[in-house]
Design a protein around this ligand. Structure first.
Ligand code: ZN
Length: 506
């Protein structure tokens, strides 16, 4: 039995709407899931909402609702958006779900029983935005570096997880297993947080006299668990933890996150897993931020980029292509609507759409729409084989950008091939009939393989291409489906409306 591929997005904090950042993370997870499933692997894709904590309670109050009614509405907004955009997750987990509450209490009781939780009197500087106490070394000019606000001094008695006692072990392990946190710069950031004495032990509770909206600490009714110590556990909850058999799914887990939540994922989470005696994740993959006109996306700036609006204006797959194609995984990228339009016009309408349209049109004109006989595999077959291997490698390295760049080498090779072979000239010479068959077969077959490889990225577009090619038989695995020669001669093709109509930019 091979290791299943289990991918998670962060649980989105539903005091804001779905925006470009959460749409991007979820689109990558959806693409990876579809790819691994097509490759014949067992897959599991989990997303959801993080519903507890002080900020959520405030947002509910502002909306004039009870917290549960408020988060019910917000969770629905996220799940219905993802469904509308075509994301095929296996579970939408909510931190208010009963099985999650059980898993969280079980895990923290385990850590408590092992002696890694301590009750302490504490005075510290508390950032409401972070919902956390910050150490001196985390402050920049007395302010939280992320929220640019001055933390308030608070005095409380709370439970602490002796997180720092796990740092040496995790640092050593991460240094010898660099693949656990990618790209490299984020591994280095995580190591710096632990080596420099920047972080202290983790305060894992809040007194109920101050906050009741949380999961009760199982060993003390006067406390609820801190929102991060609750939310991170969802990744194991979704495997069925602590019921028997949960480890199998967990053995293939990869987390996808944005760089703003590196600390909880690269420091809190692995040390929590260690303390609870659970195996580590297989990979933590960190992407950069989308900046709109060079500002970080934020609710207050009103520059969220609503995926519904993008869907209405451009069709979601055009926007999805832009997201997956334009951001180099790990680095920040500027978002612009003109960038979306350019990708749709250049890559999708021109390169891909035209290749399909002219190939199928010529098949109609010269062969009554029927796929001609194949010859020996030629230059396009070679490109297709190389591209399929490249796409596979890049997808497994979480780089959708490199994968799509590689795939477009096949599209562009197809266009160059048609231009160079000039079927319209061959068609004028009856003795070139066999040559004309060879050329058109090769380009149609390259389009079939393009569609098979494109399907995880743009499922609707790929289905339309395959429909235009007469819905050739599908294969059980991606390796078989991308083998040259899968398009049977005699298949009836049909010209379809433009895959992506050009968007007028005047
Ligand atoms: Zn903060």
């Amino acid at each position: 039995m091979t290791t299943p591929f289990y991918v998670t997005t962060p649980l989105y904090y539903p005091n804001a709407q779905p925006h470009i950042g959460s749409t991007y993370t979820t689109a990558i997870a959806d693409t990876l899931t579809r790819y691994h499933r097509a490759a014949g692997e067992e897959v599991f894709f989990v997303t959801g909402t993080d519903e507890h904590g002080e900020k959520m309670l405030e947002a509910a109050r502002e909306a004039g609702l009870e917290p549960k009614a408020f988060v019910d509405g917000m969770a629905e907004r996220f799940s219905s958006t993802w469904k509308q955009l075509g994301f095929e997750y296996d579970r939408f987990i909510r931190t208010t779900d009963a099985d999650h509450v059980r898993a969280v209490q079980h895990l923290w009781q385990t850590i408590y029983d092992r002696g890694d939780v301590e009750f302490r009197e504490y005075t510290g500087r508390y950032c409401v935005g972070c919902e956390a106490y910050l150490t001196d070394r985390e402050l920049v000019d007395g302010q939280c570096a992320q929220h640019l606000t001055e933390p308030e001094e608070r005095s409380e008695s709370n439970y602490f997880f002796k997180m720092t006692s796990y740092f040496d072990d995790w640092v050593e392990h991460l240094e010898s297993h660099p693949e656990l946190v990618t790209p490299t710069r984020y591994r280095n950031e995580a190591l710096a947080l632990m080596k420099g004495g920047v972080l202290g032990d983790l305060c894992i509770t809040r007194p109920v006299e101050r906050l009741t909206w949380g999961i009760p600490a199982p060993w003390d009714d006067d406390y609820v668990l801190y929102v991060w110590t609750d939310a991170l556990v969802n990744y194991v909850t979704a495997t069925g933890y602590p019921e028997a058999g949960w480890e199998e799914r967990w053995s293939g887990v990869h987390h996808l996150i944005g760089k703003d939540i590196l600390k909880p994922h690269a420091v809190f989470w692995p040390t929590i897993l260690r303390a609870a005696g659970l195996p580590l994740f297989q990979g933590l993959h960190v992407h950069g931020h989308w900046n709109v006109e060079n500002q970080k996306i934020s609710k207050s700036l009103g520059n969220l980029v609503d995926p519904h609006v993008m869907d209405e204006k451009y069709g979601f797959e055009g926007f999805r292509y832009y997201l997956l194609r334009d951001m180099s995984f790990g680095t920040d990228t500027g978002f612009s609507e003109s960038g979306v339009v350019r990708r749709i016009n250049d890559d999708l309408a021109n390169d891909l759409g035209n290749l399909l349209n002219r190939s199928v049109s010529m098949t109609g004109r010269y062969f009554d729409g029927v796929v001609p006989e194949a010859s020996e595999p030629g230059e396009l077959a070679e490109v297709a084989t190389r591209v399929a291997a490249d796409v596979d490698r890049h997808v497994r390295e979480f780089s959708t950008q490199r994968a799509l760049t590689a795939l477009w080498e096949l599209v562009s090779a197809g266009n160059k091939y048609v231009d160079a072979q000039a079927p319209w000239k061959l068609a004028k010479e009856p003795e070139q009939r066999r040559e004309l068959e060879r050329v058109l077969y090769d380009v149609l077959e390259s389009l079939r393989i393009t569609a098979v490889l494109l399907a995880p990225f743009l499922p609707g577009t790929a289905a339309r291409i395959l429909g235009s090619l007469g819905d050739p038989p599908t294969a059980a695995t991606l390796a078989e489906a991308t083998r040259w020669g899968g398009l049977p001669a005699g298949t009836s093709t049909q010209v379809i409306p433009a895959l992506f109509p050009r968007i007028d930019t005047d």
